[in-house]
Write a protein that binds this ligand. Structure first.
Ligand code: BJW
Length: 257
C-alpha cells in the first residue's frame, strides 16, 4: 500500500483531538495486528520483509499443511517462538496495558499470537487467532501452555496420551474461537471509540470488526505507517509507528489534565 503523507501539524491536531476524546473515558475497543509488535523486532506477515514474502501460507499455516508435514510446520513455529522469546513488549503494548487500567470500558482484541500484550500487563485480551505459547492435543483437544524454546522434540507429543500436539493458533480455513469472536463483535458494536493498530485489515473476519464499530457509531482511529482498506472508513488515520503515535496520544492526554 502507498504511504500517504500528512502534514505534521495536521497530525498533531488529530492527536490532540483523540486525546480529548479519551479524556471523557469512552468505551474503547482496540484491534491490534502484527504491526504493533514490529517495533519489538517481530516480523509482520505482509509488506516488504513480511513472512508471506519468504514463506507460503499454504505450506505452513493451514490444517492441510500440518496434516501433510507436521515436522516442517513445527520447525517454522519453533523458529518463530525463538524470535518472540528474545523480544520485549514495546511502548505501544505498554501504553495499551495502562489504558486498560484507566478506562473502565476498555477491551483489547488482538490478531497477534505472540503474547506480548499479556507480557506488557494487559489482562482482558481477546486473542482472535490463538497463542503461539499454547499447544493443543489433536486427540483430546486439551490446551496447555508451553514456553520451552527451542522445543526439545519436534513434533511435540502430548505427555498424557501421546497424541500429536499442534500450535493453538488459527490457520487459514479454520474457524476463530466462537466465544472470543462473539465477544469481539459485541465489544466492537458497543464501542464509542475504536483504535485499529498495525493491521493490514486484510484477513477476515477480524478486518470486519472496525466496520461493526463504525456501524454502531464509533469513531475509528487507525494507526499505521501505510494506507489500508480501512483507511477510508477511519475518522482519523494517523500515519506512523504504533509505539511512537501511542506515546504522542498518551502524552497529549496527560498534558491537558
Ligand atoms: C505497522 C508498523 C508499526 C508495520 N506500527 N503499524 C471473506 C472474504 C475473503 C476471504 C475470507 C473471508 N472470510 C474468510 C476468508 C478466508 C480467510 C481470509 O481472510 N483470507 C484473506 C487472506 C483473503 N480467513 C480465514 O481463513 C479465517 N477463518 C475463517 O474465516 O473461517 C471461517 C470458517 C467458519 C466456520 C468453519 C470453518 C471456517 C482464519 C484466518 C486465520 C489467520 N491466520 C494467521 C496466522 C495465525 C497463526 C500464525 O501467526 O502463524 O493470522 S495469517 C496472519 O494474518 C495472522 C495474522 O493475525 C493475520 C493478520 O495479519 P496482520 O496482523 O494484519 O499483519 P500484516 O502483516 O498483514 O499487516 C501488518 C500491518 O502493520 C501493515 O499494514 C503494516 O503497514 C503495519 N505496520 N510496522 C504500526 N511499527
Amino acid at each position: 500500500m502507498l504511504r500517504s503523507a500528512k502534514h505534521p501539524k495536521m497530525q498533531e491536531k488529530e492527536v490532540r483531538e483523540i486525546a480529548g476524546l479519551l479524556r471523557h473515558k469512552p468505551r474503547v475497543a482496540v484491534l491490534t495486528g502484527a504491526g504493533i509488535s514490529a517495533e519489538s523486532g517481530i516480523p509482520t506477515f505482509r509488506g516488504k520483509n513480511g513472512l508471506w514474502k519468504q514463506f507460503r501460507a499454504e505450506d505452513l499455516a493451514t490444517p492441510e499443511a500440518f496434516e501433510r508435514d507436521p515436522i516442517l510446520v513445527w520447525e517454522w513455529y519453533d523458529w518463530r517462538r525463538k524470535i518472540i522469546a528474545g523480544r520485549e513488549p514495546n511502548a505501544g503494548h505498554l501504553i495499551l496495558a495502562r489504558w486498560e487500567e484507566e478506562l473502565p470500558g476498555f477491551i483489547l482484541i488482538t490478531q497477534n499470537i505472540d503474547g506480548l500484550h499479556s507480557r506488557a500487563g494487559s489482562k482482558n485480551i481477546l486473542e482472535l487467532h490463538g497463542n503461539i505459547w499454547q499447544l493443543r492435543c489433536l486427540k483430546e483437544a486439551k490446551v496447555t501452555e508451553n514456553f520451552e524454546s527451542p522445543l526439545p522434540h519436534i513434533p511435540p507429543r502430548c505427555p498424557a496420551c501421546g497424541g500429536l500436539l499442534r500450535p493453538n493458533v488459527v490457520w487459514f480455513g479454520e474457524a476463530l474461537p466462537r466465544l472470543i469472536l462473539e465477544q469481539a463483535q459485541s465489544a466492537s458494536t458497543a464501542a464509542e471509540l475504536m483504535f485499529v493498530i498495525g493491521t493490514s485489515a486484510y484477513v477476515q473476519p477480524a478486518a470486519s470488526l472496525p466496520l461493526l464499530a463504525a456501524e454502531g457509531g464509533a469513531a475509528i482511529v487507525e494507526i499505521n505507517p501505510d494506507y489500508t482498506p480501512l483507511s477510508t472508513y477511519a475518522s482519523y488515520s494517523l500515519r506512523g509507528k504504533a509505539g511512537e503515535i501511542l506515546l504522542q496520544i498518551d502524552a497529549a492526554i496527560r498534558d491537558a489534565s
